[in-house]
Design a protein around this ligand. Structure first.
Ligand code: C2O
Length: 532
């Protein structure tokens, strides 16, 4: 799955000219700080010991300065975050000036907590750390995923606005789910890839894709999006618990767009990726447009009747600290970010499938559930496969089946209709992926011949499991992330199982392009089907 690493945005000569003009090259300032990769020519990606000179060895988040001040909701108007494909020329100029200033800040004062590099370190610190293994709380793979990134983006937005002295600045979002537009929004937004006379501060040489490449629909197509927005609880949509239970939004397009934008490399050294590894992802300005869309999905999901955030106080009262645009050290709680109004933004509508799905989904209707099935206790979980020492995936799809579905499960599943309280949960437990590697797997139900070429636009498609590499640090090579994935089956998928009276689960490994990978490193211990 190795692809060639081609600088997609700024030709080398153009970059050097600009640097010379700015007097930085002669001053000996590492332009590594200005652009992620200043010297492609010098990089030897075939050397297994090679680490790019600017790769974060120590990505400690900026240190605390005294007691943090508590967050106060933003005063002033609630302004739209718009699609990165729909910005006006003035808005484009603004975002370019803001990111240019952000990068310049790192060159002028690398210790300024607001600068481009320090902000990427904040993300790195919260996701498993750099090569030295420094790390803070893990905010991926759990119910922290959505609120932490919302808070991080908010401060990023304030800082960018502060740098251009424009408090009305709002981040754009990369609506990779919009497929009806012309051009389709499945390419990287052109403002992030454009070649400008001056260097484009939104570009990044460490990407694996060209400006015209489109994210495959198997990653962001209508059924993938419908499955995600159809998860009826925050737990399966956005993640559960403190650690090790990622939701479908994270494991689907979130992870896969990271890896698609970075590179498909799953082996060390991961030379040439920023987005493809969490420790380096926030070095790419596109990270913030990608996460703005992930954040927009939280908003879309929440607008669907019956969808609620966790009520738990342990979730709501969790706080994190960030530096704001005035270099104030601020503490912000999950309860401060559960709506976007206090953060001063809302999502402008785009003509995408996500909105349509949201509008179509009916509120829960108790009457749609057959009385017989809605009473009595839920049947025992059905074990589809279980092996204590774990089952290792290979690049080829694998199927586990139960030939005949027991009657209690069958009855229960027949009663599932859209909006029903009953749910069928497919649980894939004890998943293990090395910290240094990404792994993506599509899950099909009752489709034992499914391969990477099988369309996901089918009732048989259940969802995605997987993870993005956390770090390239060699000392993590023997460390693994372990987690459980729970997918709530769509009513049409559950009915398929019930009417066929049998169940099979097919795991289809895919690479960054959605094709069968050359290799994959993923183990799992158990697959269970639960009817609630
Ligand atoms: Cu914190 Cu998309 O990663």
């Amino acid at each position: 799955m190795r692809r060639k690493h081609v600088p997609v945005a700024v030709p080398q000569a153009e970059r050097r000219d600009f640097l010379r003009k700015m007097g930085w090259m002669s001053a000996g300032v590492s332009l590594a700080s200005f652009y992620a990769s200043p010297a492609w020519a010098a990089e030897d990606c075939s050397d297994p010991n090679y680490n790019p000179p600017d790769y974060p060895q120590d990505c400690k988040a900026p240190a605390a300065t005294g007691q943090p001040v508590p967050f106060t909701p933003l005063q002033g108007p609630v302004l739209p975050r718009k699609s990165a494909f729909e910005l006006t020329p003035e808005e484009i100029t603004k975002i370019q000036s803001a990111y240019r200033a952000l990068r310049e800040l790192t060159v002028k004062d690398p210790t300024d907590p607001r600068g481009w590099q320090q902000q990427s370190f904040v993300h790195c610190w919260y996701c498993g750390g750099g090569s030295d293994g420094q790390q803070g709380m893990e905010i991926h793979g759990s119910w922290w995923f959505l609120p932490w990134h919302r808070a991080f983006l908010y401060f990023h937005e304030r800082i960018l606005g502060g740098l251009i002295n424009d408090p009305t600045f709002r981040l754009p979002f990369w609506d990779w789910d919009t497929q009806s537009g012309s051009p389709s929004h499945q390419t990287m937004p052109p403002i992030y890839t454009a070649i400008l006379k001056e260097l484009n501060p939104l570009s990044n040489t460490r990407r694996g894709e060209t400006a015209t490449a489109r994210i495959p629909s198997s990653i962001v197509g209508p059924t993938v999006i419908a499955r995600i927005l159809g998860q009826s609880t925050y737990a399966t949509f956005g993640g559960a618990g403190n650690n090790g239970q990622p939701g479908q939004l994270e494991q689907g397009p979130h992870n896969q767009v990271h890896v698609w934008t970075g590179t498909g490399k799953t082996t060390m050294p991961d030379c040439g990726t920023d987005m493809g590894v969490l420790a380096t992802a926030a070095r790419d300005p596109l990270f913030f447009a990608h996460h703005s869309n992930v954040d927009r999905f939280w908003d879309l999901w929440k607008q669907i009747p019956g969808h609620d955030n966790p009520p738990d106080d342990s979730w709501l009262s969790q706080t994190w600290t960030f530096y704001d645009e005035q270099k104030r050290f601020v503490s912000i709680a999950v309860k401060d970010v559960i709506t976007t109004a206090g953060l001063g933004y809302e999502y402008a509508p785009v003509k995408g499938v996500a909105k349509a799905v949201a509008a179509k989904k009916a509120p829960p209707a108790a009457t749609t559930v057959a009385a017989a099935a809605s009473t009595g206790s839920a049947p025992e979980p059905l074990v589809v496969t279980s092996k204590d020492e774990g089952i290792s995936l290979t690049p080829k799809p694998v199927t586990h089946s139960v030939q005949s579905l027991p009657k209690p499960q069958k009855d229960r599943m027949m009663a599932i209709t859209p909006g029903a309280k009953q749910r069928v949960l497919l649980k894939i437990q004890g998943i293990e992926i090395p910290m240094t590697e990404s792994a993506q797997v599509r899950v099909f139900v009752n489709k034992p011949d499914a391969t990477a070429a099988t369309s996901v636009e089918t009732p048989n498609f259940a969802g995605n499991i997987g993870a993005v590499a956390h770090t390239r640090g060699k000392q993590h090579q023997n460390h693994a992330k372990t987690f459980d994935a729970t997918i709530e089956l769509a009513p049409e998928t559950a009915r398929l199982i019930a009417t066929q009276g049998k169940v099979s689960v097919t795991l289809v490994p895919v690479d960054a392009m959605g094709k069968q990978p050359k290799d994959i490193s993923l183990k799992y211990r158990k697959i269970v089907l639960e009817t609630e």
